[in-house]
Design a binder for this molecule. Sequence first.
Ligand code: GRF
Length: 202
Amino acid sequence: MKETLKLGVLASGRGSNLQALIDAAYFEEIGAEIMVVISDNPDAKALERARNADIPAVCIECKKYRTKLTPDIEKTYVETLKSYNVDLVVLAGFMRVLHDPFLKAFPGRIINIHPSLLPAFPGLNAQKQALEYGVKYSGCTVHFVDRTVDGGKIIKQRVVPVLPCDTEELLSARILDEEHKLLPEAVEYLRNHYFTEETGER
Ligand code: GRF
């Protein structure tokens, strides 16, 4: 039996992907435990979802910037995650770019979910970008986080056909359904193929 993976989840908003992980862990579809949920947004529904599931929910705001964290605040994120002994950091709709000290604190142990088939359409509004480009297939990607925006090594993807009648909302909803399957699948995949049995080390 592989060890249970200890997860730290970072989320800025709605938290439906967090919920997918909470449910998958509860129903033992994944061998993982969510140790802590951290948000940069005090109003994030993700925090409420964590509290409802009796998971420690921590808000660490950064009022100075909108899309990044100050070094001090980033340090607080790292210390908080370390204090919960997490093996894997999952960015589930976390709207801030991470810098080297954070990345180096969890080498090869930070993953993100993105609503497109990367490397196509990185960044914001990926579903709108896909529609505007006119692709016939889009989807979602779970990838390792590195210094690039949505550019790290791909772990798993799911394909979603783009329909002629699609709007951004319709396509986003169908992609989101697949995200909710993909993220737990990727966590379980990493547990089985990436971390060793005894220690959880890579
Ligand atoms: C998802 O579409 C995810 O791919 C992107 O941000 C969105 C977060 O949604 N990174 P939710 O907060 O998990 O509902």
